[in-house]
Design a protein around this ligand. Structure first.
Ligand code: C5P
Length: 219
């Protein structure tokens, strides 16, 4: 089969992960959640007492990060130095600190190189993040920016957390992380050639159908 790279960007809570995972499953593609790589960097730095403003140390950590990603249809396993850290990656304390590490420009370069290697090795893949359509894979076969109204994104996060945090806390997290991340990547408006999908009024199924409908027929 021919190669196929689908890039999906968007803010937190827009439905990137659910959409990308489902599109990958339906098309028989690999799936790369690049946020998990930044989250793994944050976990590694926190465990090694490297603060986000110690940029030299963060850059070195990103360069040498003993990161192992195992894509699977069921999801995604992330190991650091042979230890499975998948369950830690989405904890609130990691979500709260990841943007600071992701802001370190040369750390991003290191992770970008790893992402490109994974993309090149996989042939057919759905890659999601914040700067995949613009920086990591601007030549992807299909580039999508997934958006949704903030109220909808906050409600989705709240539902995901299942009562673990109240509306005010979730709002601060979502809005705060978007603001911090928008300094590193431009994911608010689609770049030239990037298709905008607003998922505010759509079900997951409808978004997935839209993305699959946009895949060039010959791929
Ligand atoms: O997508 P997710 O919410 O898991 O991403 C976690 C964090 O990783 C983001 O808040 C952002 O700081 C960073 N990130 C990034 N560029 C990407 C993907 C994620 O800066 N391509």
């Amino acid at each position: 089969r021919p190669g196929l790279v689908i890039a999906v960007d968007g803010p937190s809570g827009a439905g990137k992960s659910s959409t990308s995972r489902e599109v990958a499953a339906r098309l028989g593609c690999a799936y790369l959640d690049t946020g998990s790589m930044y989250r793994a960097l944050a976990v590694w730095c926190a465990d090694h007492r490297i603060a986000a403003d110690d940029t030299d140390a963060v850059v070195a950590a990103a360069r040498d990060l003993p990161l192992e990603i195992t894509p699977s249809p069921a999801g995604f396993t992330v190991a650091l130095d042979g230890r499975d850290v998948t369950a830690r990656l989405h904890r609130p304390e990691v979500s709260g600190m990841v943007s600071g590490y992701a802001a370190v420009r040369d750390a991003r370069r290191s992770l970008n190189a790893r992402m490109r290697a994974i993309i090149a090795a996989s042939g057919r893949i759905v890659v999601e993040g914040r700067d995949i359509t613009t920086v990591v894979a601007p030549d992807a076969d299909l580039r999508v920016l997934l958006q949704a109204d903030p109220a909808r994104r906050i409600a989705r996060r709240e539902a995901e957390l299942n009562g673990a945090a109240d509306r005010k806390t979730v709002t601060e997290q979502v809005v705060g992380r978007d603001a911090a991340d928008s300094a590193s990547s431009k994911f608010e408006t689609p770049a030239a050639g990037v298709v905008l999908i607003d998922s505010t009024e759509l079900t997951l199924e409808q978004v997935v159908d839209k993305v699959i409908g946009l895949v060039p027929a010959e791929l």
